[in-house]
Design a protein around this ligand. Structure first.
Ligand SMILES: C[S@@+](CC[C@H](N)C(=O)[O-])C[C@H]1O[C@@H](n2cnc3c(N)ncnc32)[C@H](O)[C@@H]1O
Ligand code: SF4
Length: 384
């Protein structure tokens, strides 16, 4: 039987100073002043419209993602949080993360974000090599990135994540390891280490940059960086996520454990388990910021709203759960999809035969081989 899992809240801010050539997030280069007040009003209308999906439930984490949420001043972030907590119950001590581009970090702002309720900041560092940063079209250099992290620490924010990307144009193993070492030297609680991917419809996909490392080099970089992070106390708990003990990202863990989330803002996605109908629904909002500002809170502000077909639930569940080092428990699979474990018994047996998954009682985990072929393992659960 479907049992509603913990609930999170995602808030999307769709603007950046300028669009990076590798990025396929719903982010738009800023032109002129941002319509901050109008956007806050739109978020409020949007949330009002979604509330019936989450009556009576408690929010366990909030994530301001983008785009670049740090383009919004602390008062705006505070007003958004006030509007949300007036309508939804926040769990005491809920994790509240804000993404920050180091090129937007201004002196004095982090105190304001903290006062507004933000207790975790995720920095888009990407690399500490100024040549790599320039080739990635970033708006900051490595000195600015280090300064931004220190400003947040000085403001008393101690739960920090640093995003790094690897397999960058012109990067070799030594350079990638050096990036990880510079990140560790700043002593964040959490590191995200993403392999650069050429996403369709980006400037990099249209004209791939020169000097991209091949797949074997990328794998070597990942393995050696995992070792370096582990030696410094950052344990891998997901394909791209590493944390000191007890500092895993509660918000992202909830996604990967197939938890529920409301998504407000341009292009934001939500996923909710409706106990009454036994459905798992996905709802997403219109992507274009102008359309969103005009229509948020009305049916035209909704980009789509679908119940996940029961035959697709195993794939959707595994797409998340098999990213985790901890894997999943069959009891959670049942309560979060509403399906019986029999529904995936065949695929699990195949994955075990191929050496991709191993079981310990009712818990299933990716093996080392399975971690190398995550997409193939997940693909087993795709129904046509
Ligand atoms: C929404 S951005 C983070 C905050 C902020 N916008 C910034 O870039 O500073 C999320 C992260 O996704 C990662 N990312 C974006 N595009 C990527 C790509 N094509 N391949 C791998 N990682 C990517 C970057 O590390 C980026 O920091
Ligand atoms: S990587 Fe970050 S700053 Fe660059 S365009 Fe994407 S969301 Fe904006």
């Amino acid at each position: 039987m479907l049992i509603p899992p913990p609930l999170s809240l995602y808030i999307h801010i769709p603007w950046c100073v300028k669009k990076c050539p590798y990025c396929d997030f719903n982010s738009h280069g800023q032109s002129g002043e941002l319509p901050v007040r109008e956007y806050i009003a739109a978020l409020e209308r949007d949330l009002e419209q979604d509330l019936p999906l989450a009556w009576g439930r408690t929010v366990h984490s909030v994530f301001f993602g983008g785009g670049t949420p740090s383009l919004f001043p602390p008062e705006a972030i505070g007003d958004i949080l006030a509007a949300c907590s007036a309508r939804l119950r926040f769990a005491p001590g809920a994790e509240i993360t804000m993404e920050c581009n180091p090129g937007t970090a201004e002196f004095g702002r982090f105190e304001g974000y903290r006062a507004a309720g933000v207790n975790r900041v995720s920095f888009g560092i990407q690399s500490f090599d100024d040549g790599c940063l320039a080739r990635l079209g970033r708006i900051h250099d490595s000195a600015e990135a280090e300064r931004a992290v220190k400003l947040a620490q000085d403001a008393g924010l101690d739960n920090l994540n640093l995003d790094l990307m690897y397999a960058l144009p012109g990067q070799d193993l030594a350079m990638a390891l050096h990036d990880v070492e510079r990140a560790i030297a700043l002593q964040p609680a959490h590191l995200s280490h993403y392999q650069l991917t050429l996403e369709p419809n980006t400037a990099f996909a249209a004209r791939p940059p020169e000097g991209l490392p091949d797949e074997d080099t990328a794998w070597d970089i990942q393995e050696r960086c995992i070792e370096a992070m582990a030696a410094a106390g950052y344990a891998q708990y997901e394909v791209s996520a590493y944390a000191r003990p007890g500092r895993q990202c509660a918000h992202n863990l909830n996604y990967w454990r197939f938890g529920d989330y409301l998504g407000i803002g341009a292009g934001a996605h939500g996923k909710l388990s409706l106990g009454a109908t036994g459905e798992v629904r996905r709802r997403w909002k219109v992507k274009n910021p102008r359309d969103y500002l005009a229509h948020a809170g009305t049916p035209r502000g909704i980009g789509g709203d679908d119940a996940i077909a029961p035959e697709n639930l195993p794939f959707d569940y595994m797409l998340n759960a098999l990213r985790l080092v901890e894997g999943f428990d069959l009891a959670d699979f049942e309560s979060r999809t509403g399906l019986s474990r029999e529904a995936i018994a065949g695929e699990l047996a195949t994955a075990r035969e191929r050496g991709w998954l191993e079981a310990d009682g009712s818990r299933w985990r990716p093996t080392e081989l399975g971690r190398r072929f995550t997409n193939d393992v997940i693909g087993l659960f795709l129904r046509d």
